[in-house]
Ligand binder design. Structure first.
Ligand code: NAD
Ligand code: MG
Length: 398
């Protein structure tokens, strides 16, 4: 018997995760139907995706891009309808005919549509870690209240999900677990001195040794803020404190994370570093489906190395831990300051080691508050961005 076809919305279809998602979906036309694709302003890429995949809807971030896409699609005889802006993203995320939403927009821009999918009780495949870091409390409450199913796409969290004990309904818990071991590749600067890192360029920071990713997450991997954000993400996803999570540097990126049990057992998930594995795991869940990823040749890999992270050279890791311990809107402020710092670094307005300095300064100055509503979170996010911009304008950087 074949399972019912799942209708899928892909938020961020033109990005790295989005393209990998379309690749996996195309391997299983009997299982998945693309309902909507959404990108930012890359009209040409979304146009080509629409012609090839024929989704019911396409969404662009602004009205001008939407108009341009709409005209091109009409001229090509396509029946895909084009929507614009946050309202369009929310519509295709919460639409009653949609089963599964791949949340793969980068940064805070993904929060509203991802939250809308949770509130509509969808199966949410979460790549957009920033949404959870910003508003974890509200997000997890929406998932519980509306019966949504949250499946992690981040390779580490997907690995942890696979290694945790599961109940009959598929939800995972922490029974018998003593510790989560969150693995990190260490990024391109794992062996660089602090002085070398101070002079690092955007292209050097984006040259990740194992993964091919968007530029923002690539810089996060170089500062280890990606691991910091993932620490926060794991706390929310698995309902544990930061003390239950140890970061382990594993340069080969073959083990994607581990779970340690009270009896001394450690379970790990291994695989080639290709995001189509966690994407296929979550798309097919609870079944296993093909992903197109080559089989792991463990003999060829030969060895797996592990080391402790160096928090002196990579202070972002400690900043994230502090933000979890502080609670309230500190995690939203951490994320906002990081987004501004990374954008400034990519624009060559801030040096690489200026990234953690700027974030630390913002966190010291930002006011604390309880994240009681989305408005409170958005205000804290906005204020942290303003503070970061003010500090950037004052700083002698470049
Ligand atoms: P990317 O930069 O390649 O793609 C980002 C996507 O978001 C693009 O489709 C872009 O058009 C869209 N987008 C950006 N701003 C938007 C806006 N304002 N409105 C609508 N759409 C917008 O990034 P990526 O590497 O695919 O990462 C996406 C998310 O997945 C990030 O949150 C990242 O942390 C997470 N993630 C990525 C990887 C990876 O291997 N690439 C791994 C784990 C987690
Ligand atoms: Mg990851």
């Amino acid at each position: 018997m074949t399972a019912a076809v799942k209708r899928v919305t892909v938020l961020g279809s033109t990005g790295s995760i989005g393209v990998s998602t379309l690749d996996v979906v195309a391997r299983h036309p009997d299982r998945f139907e693309l309902f909507a694709l959404a990108g930012n302003r890359s009209v040409e890429t979304l146009f080509e995706q629409c012609l090839a995949r024929q989704p019911r809807y396409a969404v662009m971030a602004d009205a001008d891009s939407a108009e341009a896409l709409s005209a091109k699609l009409a001229a090509a005889g396509s029946e895909t309808a084009v929507l614009a802006g946050e309202a369009g993203l929310v519509e295709v995320s919460a639409h009653p005919e949609v089963d599964t939403v791949m949340a793969a927009i980068v940064g805070a821009a993904g929060l509203e549509p991802t939250l809308a999918a949770a509130r509509a009780g969808k199966t949410v495949l979460l790549a957009n870690k920033e949404a959870l870091v910003m508003a974890g409390h509200l997000f997890m409450a929406a998932v519980a209240e509306h019966g949504a199913r949250l499946l992690p796409i981040d390779s580490e969290h997907n690995a942890i999900f696979q290694c945790l004990p599961a109940a009959d309904d598929g939800t995972v818990g922490m029974a018998g677990v003593s510790k989560i071991l969150l693995t990190a590749s260490g990024g391109p600067f794992r062996e660089w001195s602090a002085a070398q890192m101070a002079a690092a360029t955007p292209d050097e920071a984006c040259a990740h040794p194992n993964w091919s990713m968007g530029r923002k997450i690539s810089v996060d991997s170089a500062t280890l803020m990606n691991k910091g954000l993932e620490l926060v993400e794991a706390c929310w996803l698995f309902d544990v404190g930061a003390d239950a999570i140890e970061v382990v540097v594993h340069p080969q990126s073959i083990i994607h994370s581990m779970v340690q049990y009270v009896d001394g057992s450690v379970l790990a998930q291994l695989g080639n570093p290709d995001m189509r594995t966690p994407i296929a795991h979550a798309l097919g869940w609870p079944e296993r489906i093909g992903s197109g990823v080559a089989e792991l040749d463990i003999i060829d890999i030969g060895r797996l190395d592990f080391e402790r992270p160096d928090v002196a050279r990579f202070p972002c890791l400690s900043l994230a831990r502090q933000a979890v311990q502080q609670g309230g809107v500190a995690m939203a402020q951490l994320n906002a300051a990081n987004e501004v710092a990374v954008a400034a670094f990519l624009d060559r307005r801030l040096g690489f080691t200026g990234i953690p300095e700027l974030i630390e300064n913002v966190l010291e100055r930002a006011e604390s508050a309880e994240p009681t509503s989305l408005d409170v979170v958005k205000q804290a996010d906005l204020r942290a961005r303003e503070l970061a911009q003010e500090l950037l304008a004052d700083a002698q950087v470049g």
